[in-house]
Design a protein around this ligand. Structure first.
Ligand code: URA
Length: 232
């Protein structure tokens, strides 16, 4: 990879800023000052900028505790997006893996790893997603049965079997779905005459929302978390 691209990918600056920095002698590869922006960086080379090591990361993985009021998009000219909340990103190609509604909170994976995202979202893989929901009316055992059998939504769409656990008080539930249709959980409760008042995603496959992560905050995934996602 070219030296200027290496540094631009790692967020050191724009390509033209970086070219100037390289020409000014502020960049070294394996201890040797390099003044050619097109220098090909060997894959195991140690690169420094102003003496500070710059490690190349092809992929970044963040867990965001999405707050309400923010949209699940990479960019938007008017509205705040989930990517705007990640202020220590190096890569400029981050995107949210799937969408949560504007008013839904909780676990959102943000990465630039398209292959992993595809696997997590593919209908073929049926990745479990568990949500906590607060409902307008109490849920009961007949709802548990209907959800388990596979609900038919008001527009005729058939859902895969879903697991509903009624909490105490019974207008609060945990629900696990294996697909991701538009407004799916809200529409599922609508089809049994109920309404979702609050929705928060707690897990996606093996990835669980860190209980120590306040709403609106994020952290990088641990190596273990990344490995667990890659094994699904
Ligand atoms: N189901 C919904 O209705 N909304 C979400 O944000 C996620 C799942």
């Amino acid at each position: 990879m070219r030296l200027d691209k290496f540094l631009a990918d790692m967020g050191v600056g724009t390509r033209s800023e970086i070219k100037k920095e390289i020409k000014a002698g502020r960049v070294a590869v394996d201890g040797t000052q390099i003044k050619d922006p097109g220098f090909k960086v060997p894959s195991d080379a140690a690169v420094t900028y102003c003496g500070i090591p710059v490690a190349y990361e092809e992929f970044e993985y963040f867990m965001l505790n999405k707050p309400a009021g923010v949209i699940s998009a990479s960019e938007d000219s008017r509205e705040e997006t989930v990517i705007d909340l990640i202020d220590e990103q190096k890569r400029k190609d981050l995107f949210p893996v799937g969408r949560l509604d504007r008013d839904t909170e909780g676990l959102l994976l943000i990465t630039n790893d398209g292959e992993l995202a595809h696997r997590l979202l593919s209908p073929k893989h049926h990745v479990d997603k568990t949500y906590y929901a607060k409902l307008a009316e109490i849920a009961d055992d007949s709802d548990v049965t209907l959800f388990r059998e596979g609900l038919i939504l008001t527009d005729g769409l058939k859902c895969l079997p879903a697991e509903l656990e009624i909490l105490d008080p019974p207008d609060e539930v945990l629900i696990t779905i294996r697909e991701g249709k538009f407004h799916q959980i809200k529409r599922m409760f609508q089809s049994v005459g109920n309404e979702v008042l609050y929705l928060k995603r707690l897990s996606m496959g093996p990835l669980e929302l860190d209980p120590d992560l306040p709403s609106g905050q994020y952290r990088r995934l641990t190596g273990e978390e990344i490995a667990s996602l890659k094994h699904i």
